[in-house]
Structures are given as C-alpha cells and as structure tokens.
Design a binder for this molecule. Structure first.
Ligand code: ASP
Length: 593
C-alpha cells in the first residue's frame, strides 16, 4: 500500500510513531520558516508540518511546488500539536514530514473543494468527480450505502431473496412513457427499459419464490419536474400468500429497521389514514403530518355543513366548497402580511381567486375580510367549527371542491413552512390506505388505473365494477407510505385471477387482442397456479434524501442528470454515428457531430 494510515485516523496516542499518508492537498500555509499542508482523503484531514532546521531543504522545495488537489504521499513522525484544532478528530496531532512525494500534480480545480464551495450547480455537475470529493456530497453517498446495506440485512433476515430482473424488456402503453432501445438483430423492433419490474416480480411469485426483493434501477421518460430523475432506484418487493395487513407490517418493519440502524431513531407505530380522509383533512394523498392545521369545512362536500350561504356573499354562495385552516397564534398578522399571503395563493401555480381571513383577537372579538356579509355571531359559529382559540387566524378558500382543496393544501404547507413546523429532522410517517382503483382522465375520456392495472379491487367493491357510474367509487387494496408529506413507497395486493385481470384491462380500454398482445404472458401465467400475492416498492433515492434531511434526490445520486435529463459530465444524450444508425436500420434524421 502507498500509505500506512488514512488522513482521518491519527490521534495523540499515535505520537512518536512513523506513518505514511497519501491524499489530496487541501491547503498550504507557508510562513517562511514553517510550512503546513492540510492533506485530505475520504476519511479526514491531517496537518503536515515542515520546519526550518528540522526538515530537509529539498522537502521545502517540493512543498512549495504543490498546488491545491495535488496527490501526494508523505512519511513522517506523528507529534503533538502546539496549537490544537478541536474541530477535527485529528486536531491534536500533526505529521513532521521526512519524505514528500508528488504522486500526481493537478490542475487548479474549477471550484473550491470545500464544504462551502463557490461552484454553481452546472459547474459542479460537469466536474461531478470533483464535487464528490466534498464532504457533504461524500457523506450523502455514504448514507446511501448504509441504507442499501441495512435494507439487505433486513430483507435477508426476513427470508427475501434478491433476484435480478431484465433491463431490456417490452414497451407497454400503461403508466409513464418508456425509454426504448432499438434492436439491431431485430430491425424495426425495440426493447423498453423497465419503469419497474412489476410483471417480473409477479411472475416470480407464480414461480414460487414467495419473498422477492431487489434494489433496482427503473426508468421513466417523463417531463422532468424539479427533483425527478429519468433513472432512479427502487427497493422493489413482492410476497406470496399475504393480505394487505401482512405487507404493511412487513415493510413498516423495514422502515423501522432503517430508522434505527441508520439514524438511531426508534420509530413509533406508523399511523394509518384512508385516502378519503387524507383528501378531506389535507387535500392531498400525501399529507405532511408533522403539523396539524387540518381542513375545516364551512360549506361542505364531505360534511353537510353550511355556515356561509344566504348572507349575500356571492363568492361563497356560488362555491361548491368553502374550506379553511386555523393557523394557531397568527391573529397578529398585519394587513400587509395577509395581503402578501393573498397574492401568494393567487399566483398561477396555486390559482386561488382570493383568500378570506378571520382574526380571532385575544380580546375574543372577531375581525374578517367579509364583515360586510357576516355578523360577529356568524363568525363565532365559524370559530367554533374551526376549533379556533383567541389569537388564531382562520384562512379560507372557496370554489370548485377539488381545486379549493388543492389550493388549501399548498397554503397549509406554506404556513407550516413559515411557522417552522416542517423540521427536516423530525419524521412523521403515515400509511395512506384504500386508494380508488380507477381515476377518470377527462382529456382521454377513459378510466386509468390509479396505481397500476395489476392492483386488486377490494373484494367487497368488486360488484361495483359492473356499474359504470360507480367505477370511481371502487376502492383498491393499495397503499402508500408517506413520510413528511413525501410519498416514499407504494404498492398493492395484486389481481391473480385471469378473468379479473382481463376485466381490468377491458375497463382500461384495452381490446382483448391488445391485452393479449401486451400482457398475455401474465394472464397465461395466472392459469398455472398463481398464488395470492402483493408487494410494494420504495423510492430509494427519495428515502435517502429524506434520511439525509434534504429536499434534493440529486444530492444522493453519484452521477445524476440535470433538469433537462442530461448528464453534462459525459455529455449525454448525444448523437450517434450514421454507421450505428444504419446497423439499427434507423433513418438518419439528426446530423452527427
Ligand atoms: N411497481 C410499483 C411502482 O413502481 C410498485 C408496486 O406496486 O409494487 O410504483
């Protein structure tokens, strides 16, 4: 080895030993008679010392030729430091250098390799290998590694077997857009990259594998919203002979194991909420339950309450839903602050027409922006409905039910942020259950599977599949795990009966021929003894970023793509040579570079 110790491990107890270190030059401080070099590797930083009269002059010459990020090897004696640095674990010692070798010089890096860097996003992505030298980025990947290791420990301990499924598969029309790969040997035909190993894991259940998992790359060619990656990693799981309850318990166990082993946190039991309640109380199927501020209806769609109609306020009279949140302790908000919030909800991204407020003053008087229409007595009734206390501020939106809920969800999250209630180091978990099986796509004028076409309806709701007008009411045995308002996992109990699966495809608008062509293999398999089965998948990148207390999954991926789906470091995607296109029998449409 070119080193005997790492730059992170020497302590006072190592004093007077001779060691060899190797690493990158972080900084050089040259005081003439004394010269210090901070040498860095993955494990830490160790200070090297060169001293006039003690160190050979040629070592000074070598040291003065060094620049930032040179790769060097240094041998010397560990000594106690005169002025110690309590901020780093090696701060009690330094290395009195007796040999210094440049292993490789380096060009000046385009940005500071430091915890706080001066490099912008684009530059750091172009030189990602340098960005990865920085502590915060390296720590993220170390966290990811531990998460993967501990996932394997738990899954293996529960008897799950890791099976690799193919990456070159078949394009299917459901779900997101596929990435496709042309087949040279089958001109004009294409593979697709898997959006998930869904059908393969189900086939493994038919094969009797019973408990499968895989930490697996998946690919979706979606328009990239902030913080989506075209390729991402899932912890993909499937089990046989289980009901929903078994799957929930098994994977609550995994999440609990990860919190304990990676973060030292004892997770409380994961609470459960139906999809219907999540929509009613939070206007979202992934509510952030780190804080309360549940929705309260004044003119309901879930409740039959109406505390607003008939007082001459046309906006509320014509609204399908009048709904609000009670913001504790914010009655002191000034007119200016409320105007600013109103502007915030009126931005096109949120799309509210306006915002009504009621201040519940400390002196128990009520002041609202609709005083013209509602008496103090009316407002008192609202306050009771809201469960408001003196000092609270009620914020109310109205309109079309689905839209108003969506807008209020955004406002609730914003108020949570403003009030400091969304601490990334506090974790609030939630199972959301009983998702609808189908959702209607107005544009396409057809039903879509809310989770995917293999999800089983609840047995008690199967009869509703016969009634077109009831389709939206059919509930599925489908579940999501939500942490801090982010969906980190989701799955379902599957259909394992050929007829029901065929029925599902036909509800989704497949003809029998199309269903057979796309998913015949699965339906055939169901005729050879398919066991009842179910499972789920966790978004691994997202889980890592949550554990790391960050909003950005990119920070937890070694070589991520940017918001346009590009890898700016290797410059991909890129054109390919005409010769390759010819081989693939693909017409040349793009000029090659
Ligand atoms: N394949 C599903 C997904 O990727 C997860 C599951 O149902 O197991 O969302």
């Amino acid at each position: 080895m070119l080193r005997s110790k790492t730059c992170g491990e020497l302590r006072l107890s190592d004093a007077n030993t001779t060691v060899t270190l190797a690493g990158w030059v972080q900084t050089i401080r040259d005081k003439g008679g004394v010269l210090w070099i901070d040498l860095r590797d993955r494990y830490g930083i160790t200070q090297l010392l060169l001293e006039d009269g003690q160190t050979a002059p040629e070592l000074f010459t070598t040291a003065r030729s060094l620049g930032r990020e040179f790769v060097v090897q240094a041998t010397g004696t560990v000594i106690e430091r005169k002025s110690k640095n309590p901020n780093i674990p090696t701060g009690d010692i330094e290395l009195k250098v007796t040999e210094l070798t440049v292993l490789n010089p380096a060009k000046l890096p385009p940005f500071l390799i430091d915890d706080d860097t001066d490099g912008g996003d684009d530059l750091r992505m172009k030189y990602r290998y340098l960005d990865l030298r920085r502590n915060p980025v390296r720590r993220n990947l170390e966290l990811r590694h531990r998460m993967a290791q501990q996932t394997r420990v738990y899954m293996d301990g529960q008897g799950f077997i890791e099976v690799e499924t193919p990456v070159l598969i078949k394009s299917t029309p459901e779900g997101a857009r596929d990435f496709v790969v042309p087949s040279r040997m089958n001109p004009g035909e294409f593979y697709a990259l898997p959006q998930s190993p869904q059908t393969f894991k189900q086939l493994l259940m038919v094969s009797g594998f019973d408990r499968y998992y895989q930490i697996v790359k998946c690919f979706r060619d979606e328009d990239l919203r902030a913080d989506r990656q075209p390729e991402f990693t899932q912890i993909d799981c499937e089990m046989s002979f289980v009901e929903q309850e078994d799957v929930l318990n098994m994977f609550e166990g995994l999440v609990r194991h990860l919190f304990k082993s990676v973060k030292g946190i004892d997770l409380a039991e994961v609470p459960r909420m139906t999809y219907a309640d999540a929509m009613k109380f939070y206007g979202s199927d992934k509510p952030d339950t780190r804080f309360e501020m549940k929705f309260v209806e004044l003119k309901g769609t879930f409740d039959t309450v109406d505390l607003t109609s008939g007082k001459g306020f046309g906006v509320f009279d014509s609204a399908e839903l009048v709904v609000g949140i009670n913001v504790p302790g914010c009655a002191h908000y000034t007119r200016k602050q409320i105007d600013e919030l109103t502007d915030w909800v009126k931005r096109p991204q949120i799309g509210a027409k306006g915002l009504i407020y009621v201040r519940y003053n400390e002196d128990r008087t009520l002041k609202s922006s609709v005083d013209k229409f509602y008496s103090e007595e009316d407002l008192q009734k609202w306050a009771v409905q809201f469960g408001a206390k003196p000092g609270d501020l009620m914020l109310i939106v109205s309109g079309d039910s689905a839209k108003a809920r969506k807008q209020l969800n955004e406002l609730r999250l914003e108020m949570g942020t403003r009030l400091g209630l969304r601490d990334p180091n506090v974790f609030s978990t939630l199972w959301v259950l009983d998702f609808p099986l189908l959702e209607y796509g107005e544009e396409e004028a057809r039903w879509f599977a809310m989770h995917h076409p293999f999800t089983s309806p609840k047995p008690e709701d199967i009869a509703l599949l016969d009634k077109e007008e009831m389709l939206g009411m059919v509930r599925a045995n489908a579940y999501d795990l939500v942490i801090n308002g982010t969906e980190v996992g989701g799955g379902s109990i599957r259909i394992f009966n050929r007829d029901l699966q065929a029925r599902m495809f036909s509800l989704l608008g497949f003809s029998d021929e199309e269903a057979k062509a796309q998913f015949g293999f699965l339906m055939d398999a169901f005729e050879y003894g398919a066991p009842p089965h179910g499972g789920l998948a966790f978004g691994f990148d997202r889980l890592c970023s949550l554990f790391g207390g960050s909003d950005s999954i990119r920070d937890f991926i070694a070589f991520p793509k940017n918001n346009s789906g590009r890898d700016v470091m290797i410059d991909s995607p890129s054109a390919i040579a005409n010769k390759q296109l010819d081989e693939l029998k693909i017409a040349t449409t793009v000029p090659t570079k």
